[in-house]
Design a protein around this ligand. Structure first.
Ligand code: F6P
Length: 547
């Protein structure tokens, strides 16, 4: 069944939210906290080892009720069932969206075209397990009989960002294999990676759902040519494996059919780390840790599917984001993990969020008359505090921010962790309360700053506060908790796409640039510049004259 087509602005809830916004826009969170000492205990969700405190938002119970009404009017409950049941919710590509099946238990029954896909999923999972064990144990060897020491994942977009983010995030759980990622068609990227490698002990994983992506095929060909300088054609079978839906193209590339890890068209690229695209994760941290990552995601899937909207973490975070995006006019959101391990989380989620919900045509085929896709950005704290936090604290824009932190450090360095977490708590408190004129004056008095100097400096030292934040305090960074965290944001994307009445699982917007690049490449090869706008012609000619 197709997803409902409901323009959110035509709902009763939207109208009521507009009126409610007029009452809430100048409300002080600080005052709401002062009036209601139980605010944090009302506005938080405790689930597994996650504590999600959303009390530092410009909301009251009415706001939450109205946002939930909006979700109901948008048919969210039915849409969630359609998502998990394998309905064709990616309508423009005529596909189901079933990355959730990849992390379901073997006993589940998930139908695509009337056939249960779980046996196929588990056949591939078993293949990943056996292959990872053989490589990690050294049983599988390279062409000179040596065990593998390095793995290179060759892929881009969803075939790169997910595995790269997770391998980085789970470094603590890593084995002896060094895992590299080559993505950019920039030849300097692949050369920088190649120069660290020994062809005898390196395994290459070509990850490409379509196996037609220019960047990935160019890098794979460059690497194969480099490999063949020291090895023979028949050695390719020992060193190159592929993850793809396009078995024919992979075979044409020369990869042994035994070395192909299939995936399916119902797995979107940006949601594919749970599939065989996660092979480099399984190689880096072992299959059991990869499986725990999947289990954590599956637990979040169950929470999302079954929990009422008011206690449902992805639903609540998605609705809050809509509140700021569509009523306050917030232009972007920040995501600040207080762990260096999650340094790639924001760039990973940039694809997830912005490729999914960066759409301006509704499911009814009409241009939307409201804002959709949020802009997401971020870097780990505390580094980001010394980089861009100035703008969040005192800039002119509202930037709702998610803070993600962990109770336990991984190496047990408690002193560092206490310092890190003191910053984590201090930032959301500062963003909430700001600093008043009276507080600044009191500080001046203590510092003996007086007279004209004090008057001059006063406005610069005031912080308005009232900046919304969510705090996700998680027990420990483990494969399982990471799986839950990533699935949380995936479902937040889904909820927002449903309410915004857009299709979240296609990405036509990346096609135009690809098409034009192909025709410009021919002009560069031939030196014959065709008719463009005068700027493009001028730049192309300059490039050709100087290259
Ligand atoms: O950027 C567009 C895109 O299609 C992404 O959605 C995808 O993750 C990426 O290209 C890579 O595609 P493939 O895995 O087919 O090489």
């Amino acid at each position: 069944m197709a997803l409902a087509q409901i323009n959110p602005t035509s709902t009763n809830a939207w109208e009521k939210l507009n009126q409610h916004y007029a009452q809430m826009k100048n409300v002080s969170m600080k005052e709401m906290f002062a009036k209601d000492t139980a605010r944090a205990s009302k506005f938080h969700i405790q689930w597994n080892d996650f504590l999600v405190d959303y009390s530092k938002n410009i909301i009251n119970q009415d706001t939450l009720n109205l946002l939930q009404e909006l979700a109901q009017e948008a048919n969210l409950k039915e849409a969630i069932a359609q998502y998990f049941n394998g309905d064709i919710i990616n309508q423009t590509e005529n596909r189901a969206v079933l990355h959730t099946a990849l992390r379901s238990p073997e006993t589940a029954n998930v139908l695509v075209d009337g056939e249960n896909v779980m046996p196929e999923i588990y056949a591939v999972k078993n293949k990943i397990k056996a292959f990872s064990n053989e490589v990690i144990s050294g049983q599988r060897k390279g062409f000179t009989g040596k065990a593998f020491t390095d793995v290179v994942n060759i892929g881009i977009g969803g075939s790169d960002l997910g595995p790269a983010m997770v391998v980085e995030a789970l470094q603590f759980y890593k084995n002896h294999l060094t895992v590299h990622f080559v993505s950019n068609v920039d030849g300097d990227h692949v050369n920088e990676v190649i120069k660290k490698l020994n062809p005898e002990t390196t395994l290459f994983v070509i990850a490409s759902k379509t196996f037609t992506t220019q960047e990935t095929l160019s890098n794979a060909e460059t690497i194969r040519a480099w490999f063949l300088k020291s090895a023979k054609q028949e050695d390719v079978a020992k060193h190159f494996v592929a993850v793809s839906t396009n078995i024919q193209k992979v075979t044409e590339f020369g990869i042994n059919p035994d070395n192909i890890f299939p995936m399916w068209d119902w797995v979107g690229g940006r949601f594919s780390l749970w599939s065989a695209v996660g092979l480099s994760i399984s190689l880096a941290v072992g299959f059991d840790n990869f499986d725990d990552l999947l289990k954590g995601a599956n637990e979040m899937d169950d929470h999302f599917k079954t929990e009422s909207f008011d206690k449902n973490i992805p639903v609540v975070l998605a609705l809050l984001s809509i509140w700021y995006n569509n009523f306050f006019g917030a232009e972007s959101e920040a995501l600040i993990p207080y762990t260096q391990y999650l340094q790639k989380l924001a760039s990973y989620l940039q694809q997830g969020i912005m490729e999914s919900n960066g759409k301006s045509v509704g499911r009814d085929g009409k241009t939307v008359n409201y804002q959709t896709g949020t802009i997401i950005w971020g870097e780990p704290g505390t580094n980001s505090q010394h980089a861009f936090f100035q703008l969040i604290h005192q800039g002119t824009k509202m930037i709702p921010t998610d803070f993600i932190g962990y109770v336990q450090p991984l190496y047990g360095n408690q002193d560092h962790h206490d310092k890190l977490m003191s910053n984590f708590f201090a930032q959301t408190e500062a963003l909430l309360n700001g600093k008043t004129e009276a507080q600044v004056k009191a500080e001046f008095e203590k510092q003996n700053v007086t007279g004209a100097k004090a008057d001059y400096l006063l406005p610069f030292k005031v912080f308005t506060g009232n900046k919304p934040t969510n705090t996700l305090l998680i027990e420990k960074l483990t494969p399982k908790s990471l799986g839950s965290l990533v699935a949380l944001y995936e479902h937040k994307i889904f909820v927002q796409g449903i309410i915004w009445n857009i299709f979240s699982y296609d990405q036509w917007g990346v096609e135009l640039g690809k098409q034009l690049a192909n025709s410009i490449l021919e002009e560069i090869y031939s030196g014959d510049v065709k008719q463009h706008d005068s700027s493009t012609t001028f730049l192309l000619k300059h490039f050709l004259d100087h290259k």
